[in-house]
Design a protein around this ligand. Structure first.
Ligand code: CMC
Length: 429
């Protein structure tokens, strides 16, 4: 472009400034030169909830929210979901390129060598109440891994970072499965490196007394697709937590615990559990109109609808809907699907949702499949966290290698009292 600059006139002083524009963005620090006098701190940009602030330059995930496009490293999510296994996509997200057969084999071998967790983790898990929320347990046990791997503190060493990333991706299903077994009073099932990433997870969850657990290939493939869809989503709340905590050079285990905590919230990954609870509360199709009225009267949110970035159908929701049909052929149809489909139909024809561009997001249909696959709602968000570990790690690694990044430390616009002198207690009114 001829002149990639922005000219700003400060009407307080009539001074004019020219600021460069790069990749459609100005640097907030360029505003600092805009001052009313030399003592002035300089102009800040105020952006609660980062509605219009890019915190990094990233080459991992691309989203065009208006057109409903999601790509990992340039590849459309639809093509990856159709053609890849989860670890193939994990390799792509971490390394920037799809693996060759040999690279994938090596990567899988590295992951499989790290599936086991330290024995003491079992005792930590056993300290929790059996009905503790699995996301709180996951955050706690991820943080606990920090105590077993003190070498993880060398976060400036790229090779060391890679070692910890492999450990995190490998161990997160084991942490989740061990708590799942403990919470049901079942003996732990050790990881089985002969199986795929998802097949092993299924075995650790569901193996009974049969001598040789057989992984159902339809369920395994469905879980693999769900894992691919959840692997990364650029600068969302939990990725931002991972980067923000990581910027202080904390080790990746405690960073991942922070990201897990962010994901737990019902406005983020916790929405998948809430969607199921909402469908249970609605109970049947006839109750949908009154539920929608409550949503429009702001008494509640329609969980699984809306997104900060997507102002169109979330492409992940579309793939999940298609996958659901294949799963239901094996598991039988989840009756909640009818409620969800009708809820979507009504919502998408209602002015409230149309005018606000509120469409189903990834969490709207995922819970229905998870339930059909045999999962309880409390574990749904854990099923989001397991694959998202890859994205968190890639985001963290990218940040640590980015010379422009420093400790994350936002500014504030102070609106409290000015100076005032201390008042002794007996003089306070
Ligand atoms: N139900 C009803 N109204 C909604 C909803 C909803 N689910 N989502 C947004 N709105 C309304 C909101 O009240 C606001 O209306 P108005 O302009 O009249 O005040 C308008 O739509 C814009 O919403 P917002 O809250 O400013 O949007 P946001 O970008 O801050 O929030 C969101 C995004 C995902 C937190 C929000 O849409 C929401 O709470 N959805 C329900 C929870 C959910 O499904 N979360 C999963 C997100 S996808 C998976 C993930 O990445 O975590």
């Amino acid at each position: 472009m001829a002149n990639d600059t922005l000219t700003i006139t400060d009407n307080r002083t009539n001074a004019t400034y020219t600021i460069p524009i790069k990749d459609g963005a100005i640097r907030a620090m360029d505003l600092r030169q805009i001052k009313t006098d030399p003592e002035d701190f300089g102009l800040l940009s105020y952006d609660p909830a980062f509605m219009n602030t890019a915190s990094c330059r990233s080459s991992i995930t691309f989203i065009d929210g208006d057109r409903g496009i999601l790509r990992y490293r340039g590849y459309p999510i639809e093509q990856l979901a159709e053609n890849c296994r989860f670890l193939e996509v994990a390799y792509l997200i971490l390394n920037g390129e799809l693996p060759t057969a040999r690279q994938l084999e090596e990567f899988e071998a590295q992951i499989k060598a790290e599936l086991a967790v330290p024995e003491n983790i079992k005792r930590i898990i056993e300290g929790f109440h059996h009905d503790a929320h699995p996301m709180a347990v996951l955050a706690s046990t991820l943080a606990a891994l920090s105590t077993f791997y003190p070498d993880a503190k060398k976060v400036r060493d790229p090779a060391n970072r890679r070692k910890q990333i492999i450990r995190l991706i490998a161990k997160v299903p084991t942490l989740a499965a061990y708590f799942y077994r403990y919470s049901r009073g079942l003996p732990y099932v050790d990881p089985d490196p002969r199986l795929s990433y998802t097949g092993n997870f299924m075995k650790m969850l569901w193996k009974g007394l049969e001598p040789d657990y057989q992984v159902n290939p339809v369920v395994e493939r469905a879980l693999d697709i769900l894992f691919i869809l959840h692997a990364d989503h650029e600068q969302n709340c939990s990725a931002n937590a991972m980067r923000s905590v990581g910027s202080s050079e904390a080790d990746p285990y405690v960073c991942a615990a922070a990201a897990t905590a962010a994901l737990f919230g019902p406005l983020h990954g916790g929405a998948n559990e809430q969607v199921l609870r909402m469908l249970d509360e609605i109970g049947s199709v006839e109750n949908i109109p009154s539920y929608i009225e409550d949503v429009k009267n702001r008494k509640r949110l329609l969980m699984g609808f809306g997104h900060r970035i997507y102002k169109n159908y979330d492409p992940r929701a579309r793939i999940i809907k298609q996958t659901a049909d294949k799963v239901f052929e094996v598991t039988g149809r989840n009756p909640k699907l009818d409620i969800a489909l009708e809820l979507e139909r009504i919502a998408l024809s209602d002015e409230y949702f149309i005018s606000r561009k509120l469409y189903p997001n990834v969490d709207f249909y995922s819970g229905i499949i998870y339930q059909a696959l045999g999962f309880q709602p409390e574990i749904f968000t854990v099923l989001f966290a397991i694959p998202r570990m890859t994205g968190w790690c890639a985001q963290w690694d990218e940040m640590m290698g980015d010379p422009e990044q420093k400790i994350a430390r936002p500014r504030q616009v102070y609106i409290g009292y000015g100076h005032r002198d201390f008042v002794p207690m007996d003089q306070r009114g």
